[in-house]
Design a protein around this ligand. Structure first.
Ligand code: SAH
Ligand code: SF4
Ligand code: F3S
Length: 470
């Protein structure tokens, strides 16, 4: 059952917020280190929002902060190792500065057995809480700071939805908007359903009110977030689909809409039509394929074949010819033969992606694939991923070069990293474009003509604006 946090629960947390502000000798500054996907990045914005409400200010580095919070990811082994390594490093700082409070939260904490491991093996961690307890941060931090006792809170039940929390957004121009939490798909390699719980859709009214507020605040682009946005609304009354939500979101007048992530099995014609008919939905579609082998896709529990996937990709291209497709691919899934891998290469050739995220399969404890026989030796996976990356690079080069001479709308977000006279932003296809400009361009959507292509980014020239594109 899904349950929204009640008014009383919200008030209880607000009481801790006030009490914390008056706590003598309390931590004054915080620093959040974020790992993992956009969900986690957005969770960190919510955590920061709560910490600011508690009277704390952001410290630019971990070394300067009174409270360091690690928002962790456990999707692959290396993500987990990185987080634990960094937490352990803080132990040394704590020896010099015993008042330092160390916290961990996020997906890793929610893993089975992790709470005990933290208690036993990482005694210098003061505060640990799972993805289902985030809204209780004021209370948990108050307890850790007041009594200097260790606080570990991991809720088994993740059916709680918290609305109405403050959010400290990283960017004034771009905003994440969660539309659903959790995942029901149980791909056999994936830990997300175990650490993020079952699928829960937010009420459309709550989502649209948030988007309307963002429009009033001057936000230019929203990214609607969910592990499988295509199944949005299934458990809601009123016949809500993701396509319908997109149409309603577009009516708010938000200039640009993006979304992440789509599962190919649930990609409907209704959604494709909606994208084609809604100009504010950007011309980029991330459609994780994972593999091009039907045998492996079945073992992954993905519920589609390579042919079905290609059919969806073609339907997208037919309806929206200028759309850029990107994907996620895994190599070295248990039992993957050379022939299976070649099917993945063949898929990459056929789809002609703008870019692809490629991963070596990482066994996750508790997932079905981890106990499958025939795990692939690391050197075989390493060789395959090299070949896959090289194959995709050719397509990226081709797709980027084909954009030379076109006019792209760029949401300017920053100076270019290498050159202070150059500005950077992304076009609708989600590709970075650098062009000569000034600080005044930041936060605006500008027409830019593409003049050349690098390996992963484009170079452009600002076009003279005849009319305002704001
Ligand atoms: N819900 C999204 C994203 C999930 S995580 C989706 O279904 O696409 C992002 C990517 O990480 C996945 O698409 C997958 O390619 C990869 N991934 C997930 N679990 C993995 C594992 N155990 N080993 C390697 N890659 C994994
Ligand atoms: Fe993981 Fe599959 Fe759910 Fe994506 S759809 S989060 S890969 S279980
Ligand atoms: Fe990682 Fe959790 Fe996202 S495991 S990829 S941070 S949902």
């Amino acid at each position: 059952m899904i349950r929204k946090i009640t008014e009383e629960e919200l008030l209880a947390q607000q009481a801790y917020v006030r009490a914390f502000r008056h706590l003598p000798g309390r931590p004054e500054t915080y620093h959040i280190v974020t790992y993992g996907c956009q969900m986690n990045a957005h969770d960190s914005e919510k955590l920061a929002g709560m910490l600011e409400a508690m009277g704390m200010t952001a410290a630019p580095t971990r070394e300067e902060a009174d409270f360091v919070l690690h928002n962790t990811c456990c999707i692959r082994d290396n993500a987990e190792r990185k987080a634990l390594g960094n937490v352990t490093w803080l132990k040394e700082i704590k020896k010099i500065r015993p008042s330092l409070l160390i916290g961990v939260c996020g997906c890793m904490v929610q893993e089975k057995g992790m709470a005990e491991k933290i208690l036993n093996q990482y005694p210098f961690i003061d505060l640990a809480f799972g993805t289902g307890n985030q809204y209780k941060l004021p209370e948990l931090l108050y307890r850790a700071a007041e009594k200097r006792e260790r606080v570990v809170a991991v809720e088994e039940e993740q059916s709680t939805l918290a609305e109405g929390l403050p959010i400290r957004r990283e960017s004034p121009w771009q905003a994440y908007v969660t539309i659903m939490y959790g995942c029901n798909n149980f791909c056999t390699y994936c830990i997300v359903p175990y650490v993020r719980g079952r699928e829960r859709s937010r009420e459309p009214g709550d989502i649209l009110r948030e988007v309307e507020q963002l429009v009033r605040d001057g936000t230019k682009e929203i990214m609607l977030l969910g592990q499988n946005v295509n199944s949005y609304g299934r458990e809601l009354a009123g016949g809500w689909t993701f396509a319908k939500l997109l149409r309603e979101a577009a009516k708010t007048g938000i200039p640009r809409i993006r979304f992440m992530t789509s599962h190919p099995k649930d990609l409907t014609d209704e959604l494709i039509e909606t994208i084609a008919q809604t100009p504010s939905v950007q011309r980029h579609f991330h459609l994780p394929a994972q593999s091009g082998s039907d045998r492996i896709l079945k073992a992954m529990n993905r519920h589609y074949t390579a042919e079905k996937y290609l059919d969806r990709a073609e339907a997208l291209r037919a309806a929206v010819p200028d759309i850029g497709l990107t994907t996620d691919l895994i190599v070295g899934f248990p039992g993957e033969t050379e022939a299976d891998f070649e099917d993945t290469l063949a898929l990459v050739e056929k789809v002609d992606y703008d870019s692809a995220f490629t991963f070596i399969y990482s066994p996750r404890v508790g997932t079905p694939a981890a106990s499958l026989p025939d795990q692939i030796p690391p050197e075989v996976s390493a060789e395959r991923i090299d070949r896959l990356i090289k194959a995709q690079e050719q397509h990226t080069e081709k797709r980027l070069n084909a954009l030379i001479g076109t006019r792209q709308e760029v949401l300017v977000t920053d100076f270019s990293r290498r050159d202070e006279t150059m500005m950077t932003g992304k076009c609708g296809r989600n590709i970075s474009i650098n062009f000569r400009g000034t600080k005044a361009d930041i936060g605006r959507i500008l027409p830019v003509r593409v003049v050349s292509a690098g390996r992963t980014t484009l170079r452009g020239e600002k076009e003279i604006q005849e009319a305002s594109h704001e």
